[in-house]
Design a protein around this ligand. Structure first.
Ligand SMILES: [Zn+2]
Length: 248
């Protein structure tokens, strides 16, 4: 992981792009959202040193491998009360555009977002884990699958974003905020109690999703492509006891 010192840098709270001059009230040239935060110092994660993992049930991972991706609504996480509630439920997920101690500004576009979430395993150049996966990840399911995220993002671009000009997408790591954080807020913001999830997420947004209300968006992608993107599901215990990518 590279730690880069930047003075007066501006960071896009959606896609993570950084710029030296203030883009205030101007769309991010990369993701076209307007959601900036001034930064003094930031951590740049090199994608080659992170392995994206999906943790879920064998059934769900099996369906993904067969071409069925479910992008969940923010509402489904805000109101989640089923199995794994502690890890999955987040009343703040994608809900605000700005927060401070006394003011929480609701994001009026929240229902236009759909989310697909992953765990990211941080490793060194040799593939050794820099931190052990947290036991609480078991709340998401008892199987894990290794994800070829580069190919997945290409498939989403080719089969969801490009054929349907009304759907946009951004993928990035979650910004884990300080407890007393105040400032702009996006679907890529979470509070520190979720930090152990090291979450990477893909956010789609479109006015087409308004009518789905709390329902997921369920595009079909070519099974042939997704079968190779998601490795065969393995027991999560194996990931919990591994020390290096070589052990998986
Ligand atoms: Zn951006």
């Amino acid at each position: 992981m590279i730690i880069k010192e930047l003075k007066q840098a501006y960071y896009c709270m959606w896609c993570g792009s950084t710029f030296d001059t203030s883009p205030e009230n101007v769309e991010c040239p990369v993701c076209h959202r307007t959601c900036w935060r001034a930064l003094g110092r930031y951590v740049l994660r090199n994608q080659h040193w992170v392995q994206i993992i999906k943790i879920s049930s064998a059934d769900v991972i099996g369906k993904m491998r067969n071409g069925s991706l479910w992008f969940q609504s923010p509402q489904s996480f805000q109101k989640y009360s089923g199995e794994g509630q502690k890890a999955r439920a987040d009343a703040y997920d994608s809900r605000f555009s700005y927060i401070n101690k006394s003011r929480y500004v609701e994001d009026q576009n929240s229902d236009t977002y759909r989310l697909l979430c992953f765990y990211s395993l941080i490793v060194n150049e040799d593939g050794d884990f820099l931190e052990r996966p947290d036991k609480r990840l078991g709340e998401f399911g008892d199987r894990y699958s290794i994800v070829d995220i580069t190919t997945l993002l290409t498939l989403i671009k080719e089969h969801i974003v490009e054929p349907n000009k009304k759907i946009s997408s951004v993928a990035n790591w979650i910004n884990y905020l300080r407890e007393n954080y105040s400032g702009v807020y996006s679907p890529f913001c979470k509070f520190p109690k979720f930090r152990y999830q090291n979450e990477f997420r893909i956010v789609l947004w479109s006015n087409l999703f308004f009518s789905l209300r709390a329902e997921p968006y369920k595009p079909r992608l070519p099974a042939k492509g997704l079968y190779d993107v998601f490795s065969e599901p393995r027991p999560l215990d194996e990931l919990m006891h591994a020390r290096s990518l070589e052990d998986l």
